[in-house]
Design a protein around this ligand. Sequence first.
Ligand SMILES: Cc1cc2nc3c(=O)[nH]c(=O)nc-3n(C[C@H](O)[C@H](O)[C@H](O)COP(=O)(O)OP(=O)(O)OC[C@H]3O[C@@H](n4cnc5c(N)ncnc54)[C@H](O)[C@@H]3O)c2cc1C
Length: 502
Amino acid sequence: MSDRRSFLKKTAGFAAAAAGLTTCLPAQANGQSSIKWDEEVDLLVIGSGFAGQSVAVNSIRAGIKVTVLEKMQVIGGNSAINGGWFAVPRNPVQLAQGVTDDSPAELVKDQMIAARGMGNEAMLTRLAEMALPAYNMCLDAGVKFKKDFNIQVGGHNKARAVRLESGTGGGIITKLYEAGLSEGVDYRLQHKVEDFIMDGDEVIGVVVRKGYRFPDEGTGHLVKIRARKGVVLATGGFTRNMKLRSIVDPSLDPSLDCTNHLGATGEATLAAMTHGALPVHMNMIQTGHWGSPDEGGFGWSNALLSIGWHKGIAVNPTTGTRIMDERADRLTCSTAIMACRHKDGSPAYPLVFFNKNDHLGDSRVTRAVRDEMAWEFDSLELMAKKFDVPLKQLEATVEQWNSYVADKNDPDFNRKMDTAVKLAAPFVVSRVWPKVHYCMGGLKTDLDGRVINAKTLAPMKKFYAAGEATGGVHGHARLSSCACLEGLAIGFIIPNTIKADA
Ligand SMILES: Cc1cc2nc3c(=O)[nH]c(=O)nc-3n(C[C@H](O)[C@H](O)[C@H](O)COP(=O)(O)OP(=O)(O)OC[C@H]3O[C@@H](n4cnc5c(N)ncnc54)[C@H](O)[C@@H]3O)c2cc1C
């Protein structure tokens, strides 16, 4: 279905069947003028996460009228529930900490290592160069970041991750939403985009289920909205679409828990593909190595392990030995963790532990212990007993680790030792197992955000994609704190593209 006529043919049948359809398509359609639009707008942005919000706010500031369509009852998608980590080379806290040798290029170097030969260096560079403007946009909108906080997270060679004061991306989403509203962005909730209306290679509008109530697919009614200046697909990833996920990556164990919001189902990406949009790297689905099997979804584990990866070690409970460089990127760590199995193949959840006394009163610890996804032990013996770990080997592992800390050298995994400390009881212990987390795959775009056509490999007209809905940017592994950057940064690029394409 690659053009407007085929769309008309396709939709005529289901349109008639759809209860509550407000408009009728003419039986014979011979030109754009024959489409009965329910409404005409300038720019349509689909999705209200980081990418949608940033495109919307920057577009309105560039003088483009914007309508944002969001299918859920609330704004924000994954962005609203995310952990609030944001990679910003040369941010003011970093500079105040004396880290003055960072740059967008340094970040891209790290990202390309994690990408394992499959990243898009030019796109990563464009995005990284917009990190500081994106951070400043947040500050201007009133977003609050944790004071004096900037740390080095997995796979990065420098401390460059700031974090939201609230500990969640919702802190950005609400402020950008307020800014957008006050500047004239038209936001519509419960508007689920089901299809695109094409005129050849140009997207001219969308079919929307208005009044949709997730997850009841039949709710609301279908309307057609014309988009004069273009359509931006910012609909996020698809990790909650189990059918699609298992088709593109059958190796992902279906029993793995998932961190994403329930609406991360990817139907708009699939609809765009039926009109010729090129998908890339759809099978590259990231698992977050900081998941805990002792809580659902994202939970407390990620925050707790921001201590554990730096101050503790990860141990296989069946052997009592360390399993990885605890500060490596997600793919490296997830692979090492998932290799820990009992003889029958069932998961042997690795233990991550650090010194309790160094973090007394830290809310990352107290709430995890309170909610029983972490435990405190006065000795290695008690820990070994609880988790059935060979005690002698566990003691030997800790002794050896402490000698590595003294030498500032980890000959086993070559971990960077600047934040490592000697381990001494009592300990805080949690168990880890990866969770399905992020789609590296999605629609291929050019460097300006235009969706690429699968047949011509040229940009489609007035069709743009942003954020996690795009693919081929991060290659095999997206680095921690870089999705926030990606979504917010592309919002500075696409409005210029739209103006250039007008
Ligand atoms: C729990 C969690 C923690 C994370 N923590 C971090 C972190 O700390 N730092 C970091 O950099 N990254 C983090 N990530 C990743 C990051 O949050 C996401 O990659 C990013 O938020 C994606 O932004 P987005 O705008 O592309 O998509 P989303 O934020 O998912 O927004 C897409 C929106 O589109 C809507 N939508 C989808 N389909 C349709 C449709 N057909 N019609 C209308 N609307 C539609 C969705 O409902 C959703 O609201 C985390 C992710 C999760 C799940």
